[in-house]
Unconditional design. Structure first.
Length: 359
């Protein structure tokens, strides 16, 4: 209920709305802790209403505390039910976190112009960007499971295995120790594909001496983590060692400046400056990092145009990279918690490029 109270202060007391309608699945989990909800209507006064399909109705009715639960039966008009509740609650100015074009048209038609509608996702995204103690503990656990998965990557990676086989070993290890799933599709990108920042997994066999970017995360009770290491089977070349050293320095120096009230773009600038000074500025093609939580990408964003400042409780990634087309790439990433006097890494483990690997 503290989260709903905070939402009401932001959306109602400060912004002047008298209703807030939520459709985004992660936002619904944030407020209700229940998956499978269809929508949540929060009025200025009175009880908030969860709309849920029949398949999840009994669970919601038994577990949702402090909410009215409205069943959406097969064939029922969801927007019509919401519009009726909007009218009953006397809502004249309604904010929506996210809604597709057809849904928007339907809701506007059903409310018959009696309530003005405006999309405004920032109220919830700002609340979610600062994690409370309970969320931090869940993310700490997700970080531990992710770190264990990376230990497995170092243990199993060898020439002749396919990228998919390595990913399977990582995911199995995390699942076996308590992960609820993967935070996103596990990426094991080898050889030239390691130069693709959003590489994935294929049946390609990993070869001795080539760069392999391993990027994945665990999920624990809906909260996610994110970690990347770059590895080489066998002895890395001088060029690979040089690239790795530049990226590692950029990551370390950025981590040092992650503190409360620091501009997010200033953290990005530290890492970017190191890579630019080394002559690879054009090869660092993405922002330094992003927020992590119920979604793998959320506020705040650490890039060169960000207008945000870091706050205690933000959980962000620190992930500089260098990507050379037709050669390969190097990225190093940890999930980082902003604390009162600096930052704490939630993902931990070795950074070795290749000397400790079989090959």
């Amino acid at each position: 209920m503290q989260r709903l109270a905070a939402l009401k202060r932001a959306a109602f007391d400060e912004a002047g709305f008298d209703g807030y309608l939520i459709f985004n699945s992660s936002n619904l989990i944030f407020f209700t802790s229940l998956p499978g909800n269809v929508s949540l209507l929060v009025p200025r006064d009175g009880e908030a209403t969860i709309y849920v399909y029949s398949v999840n109705y009994e669970q919601a009715r038994n577990e949702a505390k402090g909410f009215r639960v409205e069943q959406v039966k097969r064939g029922e008009d969801l927007m019509g039910k919401i519009a009726a509740q909007v009218k009953e609650a006397g809502i004249k100015s309604l904010a929506v976190d996210v809604l597709g074009v057809e849904g928007w048209r339907s809701l506007k038609r059903k409310t018959k112009g009696e309530a003005s509608l405006k999309v405004n996702p920032t109220f919830v995204s700002q609340l979610r960007s600062v994690k409370d103690k309970a969320e931090i503990e869940l993310m700490r656990k997700a970080g531990e499971l992710t770190s264990l998965g990376m230990e497995t990557a170092y243990e199993v990676l060898r020439a002749g295995l396919s990228e998919i086989e390595v990913a399977a070993e990582i995911e199995y290890a995390m699942r076996k120790h308590g992960s609820y799933g993967t935070a996103f599709d596990t990426a094991v990108s080898s050889g030239p594909a390691s130069a693709f920042p959003h590489g994935g997994c294929t049946e390609r066999e990993i070869r001795t001496g080539e760069l392999v970017v391993v990027d994945f995360g665990a999920v624990y009770e809906a909260y996610r983590s994110d970690m990347t290491r770059t590895l080489v089977v066998g002895n890395p070349s001088d060029k690979q060692l040089k690239l790795h050293a530049i990226v590692k320095k950029a990551q370390e120096e950025a981590f040092v400046v992650i503190k409360p009230n620091v501009k997010a773009r200033a953290v990005d600038a530290v890492a970017r400056g190191i890579i630019e000074e080394a002559g690879y500025g054009e090869c660092f093609v993405h922002g330094l990092g992003h927020g992590v939580g119920l979604d793998i990408h959320e506020a705040p964003t650490l890039n060169s145009v960000s207008k945000e400042r870091l706050q205690v409780g933000n959980v962000v990634t620190d992930e500089p990279g260098i990507y050379l087309p037709n050669y390969g790439g190097v990225r190093i990433e940890d999930t980082v918690l902003v604390v009162k006097d600096g930052a704490e890494k939630l993902t931990k483990g070795q950074y070795e490029l290749g000397r400790r690997l079989p090959g």
